[in-house]
Design a protein. Structure first.
Lengths: 281, 157, 784
């Protein structure tokens, strides 16, 4: 319950944070809301030499209408994302899901950028970003680059961010009014991580299903897209039939919340329900 | 050591903190505000909940240095002039506490929930208290108390 | 005549708790809130292995770390212990009790302490603890209670040559008919999960040494008096030199009913170093270093005639002791030994308990202790028997209820009072079973994924520990009496000193209600003192739902003595015979001259001034009573759970819970309901959420509050409570215990409901807790 010693710097700007990270030589960690990092520090599971606190960079806390997309600053707290009217209008799956993360206290502190950069396959929002095909904007010494969400999550607690890069923004598409969406998760207690979570978007063209995208939580080492199920749905399969395919390529873990076999089954059930919800059935 | 200024229950404190000092220990051991309790080490139980800028947070999951410049309210700062806050009063009237250890955190979480307009009905209150664990009461009377306090605070505002 | 019969104003009223103001404003006195100048922080270095020998240990790096004052290994402190850590309940003459000490060089469970660090701050002590270097030789571990006695299983204590700790039996053979010869015999086997108590305040101790060899131990404990006795005995110090204070204590549920290594270390090291020593447990540490509960395998048999008259019950229990015997570890099964027939009249009775050692955290009392284990197997098997007989589950229960009280039961004890039929009838009134059955049938017909189940648990239990002679007969080391003192101060306020030690139960309020009624004074005139051995000199503390039926009753007898003395004083002052005085509501009046009166409070002043007392009477108005109950306390009742099961995911959620309890006279309905709410919740969460599990090496998998699921408000419904009231004839208040009833009753009601929800799919058994995966698998297996 007491972290090991570390050095601590407050970043005055993103560039300053990048500089401080660079000076930390790979042994420095960014601290945003801290709700993934500090629990690990307390148990001394994480022992970084230095923390770079970007929590005060108020200019990274925003939700902006970017025309075709909505831009969300990386330091926007989950509670602010959940309560945001622009998102509720144009990309409600994001605001809805933000309201499902952790508990109210966590949502008052935890940030969108933090939960994405942490790379936890059991977190809710990464799978939503995958399903949305979001773009994640990282800034490093050489400037900004856009990393598609599909390329961002590289392993358990691993992302495409370089050690001295800062995730600054997520860009999510504006959903058409005809796009159905759903995020469902199975967990034991409300505060628990998802045993399995499913984010589903169903795009319609003149009422017919034109395509679907499905993101899976806690079904492998990274959040996953359920491509086989998406393709089946686009090709005319029923939600029930398509949902059976969500386990293709998944490697669900076994832990206290359920075995791999159970998770696979649960994912199929949750995917069917998510698709049915998204389809408005 | 890092020099920080915290305003706690309306009083400004300037402190030199080790960066690793958790806010809850700053409150308890530096400022002597032992009303905020530590019940776990995994950010699960909510016993350490305080208000930071008016919002409920788990003070075991913030570094003291992160709170530099912040306004914090702890259980000790909730009651004014010997009068219990409506949430405290409702907890008393509904026997919503037994051993009292989770109580400060539960009360602060409830205050935040009500002030954010989220204590709309029993289901919302139950879900809104998902981050606070109590082992004595089975939550039954806590939920009653929060419902009562929400009504009182709404009428007052 | 007892004074209780004369006035009841406060008893029975929902008096709001006087404890609340302090706790609600953050001014509680929990041990970790205290920090005398110069306090050293203590951290225990623990074994990461379930079974391992310390080949070597190096303390050098830790000793030279920042802020460190001292570091000790097991060998360094061995001479400090004059006895091994205490077990107060050698349940059989040949019970095996391998000695253990606060620190060890052979770890027998994950979390066993091997060294201790003392430093100026908590952070420095934690830092230094990481620098203690231990060279471990891991040994084979035994983990599973069910297989601990099989040949070839590793031994927790190889020197013993077995993992068996004891075998204890209780058999009656009332009718001479063998169980196997009965018309219908149903046998089921159950596993009851290991439970981690999780009082929200972890344990904490602070030992403050004085200049003359005395020590004050502030402890988050349920048992300051027992702790004083046993810490002093273990350290070989004078009991009179040790003061134990239990300040505000943040819940216990049995987990703070023990003598722990850290209690002994703190006192020993405070004496050695001459400085206050404080240890505060962290939650993850609590998961390995504080006792666990349950971990029972039970084979239970009911036998009956074809018409549903139950003739036999038999329980064969294998109970995990864990690695060592803590204070009452081996006695836990025995606390349920006499109630394996439940509230049913079953003449033939047989129980057999086998205690086994495993390389796990020791088990001990956790809420209900022995009785939830009994009720669970009885109530599960009652449903199974009903199915076997083709009888309605409720009617089978009703038919077999004990109906005449007092009732001497098959196990040989006598139930003081009860009315199980009345509780069941009231339950059915609240439940509206017909409507539920209709809804259930509709859902089954629709075949949707959300199925409804209704489960019952009718129960009784024995608590109020306990008649000392019976405790002696079953080899418990101490008695079960309780002491109370009532002291009238000169100006009319009243000090009540109790030997009970509350940690959330509201004794200050309830005891004031009782005493104010007895003495006819205002409740605000009564102050209740407890939890400090220098104030409450004698007592046996709080556990086993004993505080009210033993400690509360002691108050009545102390009040009787106070009133008797006051009567002598009043008679003397009014110059009448004591027999000519009537007493009511705190005032004596002279028979036939109602204008001649004198209050107890006025007598208190007269007793203080001592100007004019009867010849030979000592000044002062104060009395102490020590009450040894003639019988256990026997609450009972009828509970029902309604659950919704998602048959696709296996997720079972409680939607309704109705509890009708009979706990005798209710002193404070607010507090009694609160006890029932909390008790039920722990039973529900045993049924649906909580389970401590180890891997095969003895490493705890559910090692914190993330993986061990203590439910929040979001997982539970509000509860529906009502009562029936059968006064206990064994005490003047008519009270019974209430602290554990909910936990004893609830788990089988919930599991029976889960099974009822999926019985149409062919499911007959689901192991507790009914996790989504277990429910799903049960459905799959039934389909296959």
């Amino acid at each position: 319950m007491i972290p090991a010693r570390f050095d601590y710097d407050v970043a005055e700007s993103v560039d300053h944070a990048i500089e401080l990270l660079g000076a930390g030589g790979g042994d420095a960690k960014l601290l945003a809301g801290g709700h993934s990092l500090i629990p690990a520090l307390k148990l001394r599971i994480a022992r970084p030499a230095k923390l770079v606190d970007i929590g005060r960079l108020a200019d990274l806390s925003y939700v902006k209408d970017g025309g075709t997309h909505i831009a969300i600053g990386a330091l926007t707290r989950h509670a602010a994302v959940a309560a945001d009217d622009t998102l509720a209008e144009h990309c409600p799956i994001v605001s809805f899901t933000a309201g499902q993360i952790g508990d109210p206290q966590v949502r008052h502190c935890g940030t969108l950028g933090g939960t994405l950069a942490h790379g936890d396959p059991a977190s809710d929002m990464p799978a939503v970003m995958l399903a949305l095909g979001a773009d994640l904007v990282a800034r490093g010494k050489g400037g900004e680059r856009v990393i598609p969400a599909t390329e961002f999550f590289t392993g358990v607690f691993e992302t495409a961010l370089a050690p001295d890069e800062v995730l600054v923004e997520a860009r999510v598409p504006k959903l058409a009014g005809s796009t159905g969406w759903s995020y469902v998760k199975a967990n034991r207690r409300a505060q628990d991580w998802a045993t399995v979570g499913v984010a589903a978007l169903v795009h319609r063209d003149n009422g017919a299903i034109a395509g679907a995208s499905i993101g899976l939580v806690n079904m492998g080492g990274t959040p996953l897209r359920a491509k086989a199920a998406e393709d089946a749905l686009a090709a005319g399969s029923s939600a029930a039939d398509a949902a059976l395919l969500v386990t293709d390529g998944a490697e669900p873990p076994s832990d206290h919340a359920g075995s791999s076999e159970y998770r696979a089954h649960l994912a199929q059930v949750m995917a069917r329900r998510a698709l049915e919800q998204a389809l408005g059935d | 050591m890092r020099h920080v200024a915290l305003t706690v229950n309306g009083t400004r404190h300037e402190l030199d903190l080790e960066p690793r000092e958790l806010l809850v220990y700053v409150l308890r051991e530096r400022l002597g505000l032992t009303g905020t309790n530590v019940g776990c080490d995994t950010s699960s139980c909510g016993a350490c909940t305080v208000l930071l800028g008016g919002e409920s947070v788990k003070s075991c999951t913030l570094l003291g240095v992160q709170a530099d410049g912040a306004e914090i309210t702890t259980i000790e700062g909730l009651a004014g002039d010997g009068e219990l806050h409506p949430v405290q009063r409702a907890f008393h009237e509904n026997h919503a506490l037994q051993c009292g250890f989770c109580t400060p955190g539960m009360v602060m979480a409830a205050v935040s929930l009500i002030e954010h307009g989220e204590a709309t009905d029993e289901a919302a209150i139950r879900l809104g208290l998902e981050g606070n664990l109590c082992r004595c009461t089975g939550y039954h009377n806590i939920v009653l108390a929060v419902q009562q306090a929400a009504g009182v605070m709404e009428r007052a505002s | 005549m007892s004074a209780t019969e004369e006035k009841t104003a406060y008893v029975g009223s929902p008096v709001k708790r006087r404890e609340d103001q302090t706790l609600l404003t953050g001014r509680g006195t929990y041990v970790d809130n205290m920090a005398p100048v110069g306090t050293l922080s203590m951290v225990v270095v623990r074994s990461p292995y379930a079974h391992a020998r310390v080949k070597s240990i190096s303390l050098d790096a830790a000793r030279t770390a920042d802020g460190v004052v001292a570091v000790f290994s097991a060998a360094d402190l061995q001479d400090d212990w004059k006895a091994a850590m205490p077990c107060a309940w050698p349940v059989t003459e040949d019970m095996k009790n391998p000695p253990h000490y606060p620190l060890t060089d052979v770890a027998r469970y994950q979390g066993d302490g091997v060294a201790v660090v003392l430093a100026d701050t908590r952070a420095h002590a934690k830092d230094a603890a990481e620098l203690v270097e231990v060279d471990w030789e891991p040994l084979d571990a035994v983990v599973d209670v069910a297989t601990a006695l099989e040949d070839g299983t590793p031994l927790a204590h190889p020197d013993l040559g077995t993992n068996e700790c004891y075998v204890w039996r209780l058999d009656t053979d009332a009718t001479g008919q063998a169980i196997d010869e009965a018309e219908v015999v149903v046998t089921r086997r159950y596993y009851q999960p290991r439970l981690i108590p999780n009082a929200i305040e972890p344990r904490a101790v602070l030992a403050v040494p004085g200049a003359a060899g005395e020590v004050t131990l502030y402890a988050a404990t349920q048992i300051p008096h027992i702790l004083r006795l046993l810490v002093a005995a273990t350290l070989g110090m004078s009991e009179a030199k040790l003061r134990v204070v239990a300040p505000d204590v943040g819940g216990g549920f049995g987990s703070k009913l023990d003598v722990y290594a850290e209690d002994l270390l703190a006192v020993a090291l405070a004496r050695r170093l001459g400085r206050p020593v404080k240890w505060t447990e962290e939650r993850s540490e609590n998961y390995v270093a504080t006792i666990h509960g349950r971990d029972f395998v039970t084979e239970y048999t009911l036998a009956a005639t074809k018409d549903g008259t139950i003739t036999h019950c038999r329980a064969k229990v294998t109970a995990a002791m864990g690695a060592y015997l803590q204070l009452v570890t081996p006695g836990i099964p025995l606390l349920g030994a006499w109630i394996y027939a439940g509230p049913y009249a079953i003449p033939n009775y047989s129980v057999e308990f086998t205690g086994v050692f495993t390389n796990t955290t020791p088990t001990d009392a956790y809420r209900g202790a022995g009785r939830p284990e009994a009720t669970y197997v009885i109530e599960r098997t009652m449903d199974a028997l009903a199915e076997e007989l083709g009888m309605d589950r409720v009617e089978l229960r009703r038919k077999n209820f004990i109906k005449e009280f007092p009732a001497t039961i098959g196990s040989g004890l006598t139930i003081d009072s009860g009315d199980y039929v009345a509780s069941l009838d009231k339950l059915l009134e609240h439940l509206d079973l017909d409507a539920l059955r209709t809804e259930q049938a509709k859902r089954r017909e629709n075949g949707g994924p959300r199925q409804l189940g209704i489960g019952f648990s009718t129960y009784n239990e024995m608590c109020g520990l306990a008649p000392s002679r019976i405790l002696g007969a079953i080899r418990y080391a101490a008695g079960g009496w309780e002491q109370a003192t009532i002291r009238y101060l000169p100006t009319g306020s009243v000090q009540v000193i109790t030997g009970t030690s509350p940690h959330g139960q509201g004794h200050e309020t309830s005891w004031a209600q009782i005493v104010a009624d007895q003495l006819g004074c205002d409740i605000d005139a009564v102050e209740v003192l407890h939890g400090d051995t220098s104030v409450s000199h004698a007592g046996l503390d709080t556990y086993g739902s004993r505080s009210l039926p033993v400690g509360g009753v002691a108050l009545c007898y102390a009040a009787d003595k106070v009133i008797d003395k006051a009567r002598q004083i009043v008679a003397h002052q009014l110059e009448v015979s004591a027999d000519d005085l009537d007493y009511a509501n705190g005032t004596f009046t002279v028979k036939g001259s109602p204008d001649k009166e004198m209050t107890v409070a006025a007598a208190a002043w007269a007793a203080f001034a001592a100007h004019d007392l009867p010849d030979g009477m000592e000044p002062g108005l104060e009395a102490t009573a020590t009450y040894d109950p003639p019988n256990f306390s026997w609450p009972g009742g009828a509970h029902a759970a309604v659950v919704e099961v998602d048959t696709e995911t296996g997720d079972a959620r409680l939607v309704r819970y109705v509890a009708i309890d009979d706990v005798g006279t209710v002193v404070n309905p607010l507090i009694v309901d609160g006890q029932v709410h909390g008790g039920i919740t722990q039973g529900i969460s045993t049924a649906l959420y909580e389970e401590g599990t180890y891997d095969e090496t003895g490493s705890l998998l559910t090692a914190n509050l993330v993986t061990y699921l203590v439910p929040s408000a979001a997982e539970l419904p509000s509860f529906e409570l009502d009562r029936t009231e059968s006064r206990s004839p064994t005490n003047p208040l008519g009270v019974k215990g209430v602290g554990e009833t909910g936990t004893i009753a609830a788990a089988p009601a919930v599991i029976n409901a889960v099974l009822d929800a999926v019985s149409h799919l062919g499911v007959k058994d689901i192991q507790m807790p009914a996790t989504p995966e277990r429910v799903w698998r049960a459905i799959q297996e039934a389909k296959a």
